[in-house]
Design a protein around this ligand. Structure first.
Ligand SMILES: Cc1cc2nc3c(=O)[nH]c(=O)nc-3n(C[C@H](O)[C@H](O)[C@H](O)COP(=O)(O)OP(=O)(O)OC[C@H]3O[C@@H](n4cnc5c(N)ncnc54)[C@H](O)[C@@H]3O)c2cc1C
Length: 511
């Protein structure tokens, strides 16, 4: 169970390391007294979900207009998955379509073709909406928009992409809603084209479509700053304010939030933006039935790679990537490549057992097997990468905790049978491509009432009793009891010697 305060010192990501200036909201409100009045809205969690919801609620005309809104964060802003991710704001391609339409009992989302298409369109909408907010507000968050290459390197991978592309294009052609509209995705079923485009000699085919990237820690910070400077709402942000429990007082129609030693916050409406750490806010009984049961925390690894000269300057990689049996990666404006490891890759490459990933909640450690794999990947995969000089290649590695969703879909909106309780959680490791439109929709629901639904957001994201029950009964466990009994590789191999995520041989520990 992931609860706060945590006993460990988390690894430090590239994003957290490069947004440490005075304006970056570290420790913001950590020594301020908590409000003594009943607040209108209390957001728990300040990742990209909490900070973007704070932004939405504090716009003129939004639910928070003329109201008191607070955000309570257990640690620092973006100290969770948001500040430790791969920086990719990348819509899923048609490659995801079969998973979305596979029955729940077979490990998919069990959606109709039309709803699966709506889920994929939502990710494109989120990318466009991210660009809209960033440009409208003039946010300096290193935003990039271009193309993602999903490179296939095996015959099975190509075959499965062909099948997915066919299923997707057929579904679009048969869909009343999407028929006749242009698909953003192309399937480049040609090894020569794929190799030239990707600079990966083993590439056989590519799914190419729109993608973006940004500095996620800066984005969360800038959105929180806009909320703090709102003139239409009375907004405050309290970091280092872990919420131990939430209790409903029906007579008063309020929630009491126990913030450990910092006191109690009373709120009319509470919104959980706690993602992987949502379970402990529910009772033991609810953990076996409700939204807590739907969520499985899991640990991801990511790294900063300093490219070699053939991949520097004008020859910098100009796309982002999602590589079969490999990582996903994007290029920062000047610091190099940020690369994350897919769970499937880690399991098939033998660098993790399921237990090292699922239900793993400690982000203070880096598994040496991941570190080695990440340090070797570029030289093996990219043509002409060349031998790395001291200081090139793997520079920093970190971990972060995400929230797996039983049906792969986020949980958004009013929580069933809990008056005044809402949630935006369970982004299944893909929050940057989903959250901004989810919190836009949630802010509208808070304005118009719990039965309101923003039709731009897929209906399958709504939290209903029926959905939770179906997933509980039909979907396989993300990790079984037997798998939980395995010895973790981390136990078998010991912890990495990394100092705070930074490779000691690249930057001396005394720095
Ligand atoms: C290694 C890694 C790579 C990733 N790469 C990508 C990527 O490239 N693209 C992509 O789309 N997604 C990626 N993700 C996933 C993405 O980061 C998440 O989906 C997204 O950041 C979730 O945002 P969030 O705000 O819901 O959760 P978080 O950022 O985890 O925020 C939740 C916050 O709630 C706080 N909190 C929890 N419980 C309490 C409590 N009781 N009291 C007070 N505060 C509390 C936590 O401290 C935390 O700050 C990656 C994640 C990781 C870890």
């Amino acid at each position: 169970m992931s609860a706060f305060p945590q006993s460990w010192k988390s690894t430090v990501s590239h994003w957290q390391a490069t947004n440490r200036g005075r304006d970056a909201l570290w420790s913001h409100g950590s020594s301020e007294p908590l409000p003594g009045i009943v607040v209108d809205y209390a957001i728990i969690g300040a990742g990209i979900a909490g900070s973007s919801l704070a932004y939405q609620l504090t716009r003129p005309g939004a639910a928070g207009e003329g109201k008191t809104v607070v955000c309570l964060e257990a640690k620092d802003l973006a100290s969770g998955a948001t500040g430790r991710n791969g920086g990719h704001v990348a819509p899923a391609s048609f490659g995801m379509f079969p998973t979305l339409t596979t029955p729940l009992s077979a490990g998919g989302s069990g959606l109709t073709n039309d709803e699966a298409l709506a889920v994929l369109e939502n990710e494109l909408d989120t990318l466009n909406y991210a660009q809209e907010i960033i440009e409208k507000e003039g946010l300096a968050v290193d935003f990039w928009k271009g193309h993602k290459l999903e490179a296939k390197v095996s015959r099975e991978g190509v075959e499965s992409a062909r099948r997915a592309h066919k299923a997707y294009t057929t579904a679009r052609a048969n869909s009343e809603k999407f028929r006749g509209t242009d698909s953003a995705w192309e399937f480049l079923d040609d090894p020569d084209v794929s190799q030239k485009l990707s600079r990966i000699p083993s590439a056989l085919a590519i799914n190419r479509g729109p993608a973006g990237s940004c500095h996620p820690h800066k984005l969360a910070t800038e959105l929180m700053k806009l909320a703090l400077s709102s003139t239409s709402s009375n907004f405050s942000f309290y970091s280092w304010c872990p919420v131990k429990s939430i209790t409903r007082d029906d007579a008063e129609a309020t929630w009491s939030l126990d913030c450990h030693g910092r006191g109690i916050v009373r709120a009319k409406v509470v919104i959980l933006c706690t993602n992987a750490h949502t379970r402990h806010l529910f009772s033991e009984d609810e953990r076996t039935t409700g939204i807590a049961r739907h969520i499985t925390p899991f640990r991801g690894h990511a790294a900063l790679i300093t490219p070699t000269l053939p991949y520097t300057g004008r020859r910098t990689i100009s796309h982002s990537y999602a590589l079969e049996a490999g990582p996903y990666l994007m290029t920062t404006p000047s610091s190099g490549i940020v690369m994350g490891v897919y769970n499937a890759t880690a399991l098939s490459a033998g660098i993790a057992r399921k237990k090292d990933i699922f239900e793993a909640i400690d982000d203070s450690i880096v598994l040496p097997s991941f570190e080695k794999w990440l340090s070797e990947y570029c030289e093996k995969a990219f043509g002409g990468w060349r031998e790395e000089a001291h200081g090139e290649g793997l520079t920093r590695v970190w971990t972060g905790i995400m929230a797996g969703s039983r049906d792969h879909l986020p949980l958004i909106g009013s929580v069933p049978n809990k008056e005044g309780l809402y949630a935006a959680v369970a982004f299944h490791g893909h929050g940057m491509a989903r959250i901004l439109t989810c919190t836009r929709a949630l802010a509208l629901q808070l304005l118009h009432g719990p039965s309101y639904w923003d039709e731009r957001l897929p209906r399958s994201f709504e939290i209903t009793e029926k959905r939770l029950q179906r997933a509980r009964q039909e979907a396989p466990e993300i990790i079984t009891k037997e798998e939980m009994e395995q010895v973790e590789l981390v136990e078998a191999m010991g912890k990495s010697t990394l100092n705070g995520g930074l490779r000691a041989d690249v930057v001396p520990t005394s720095v």
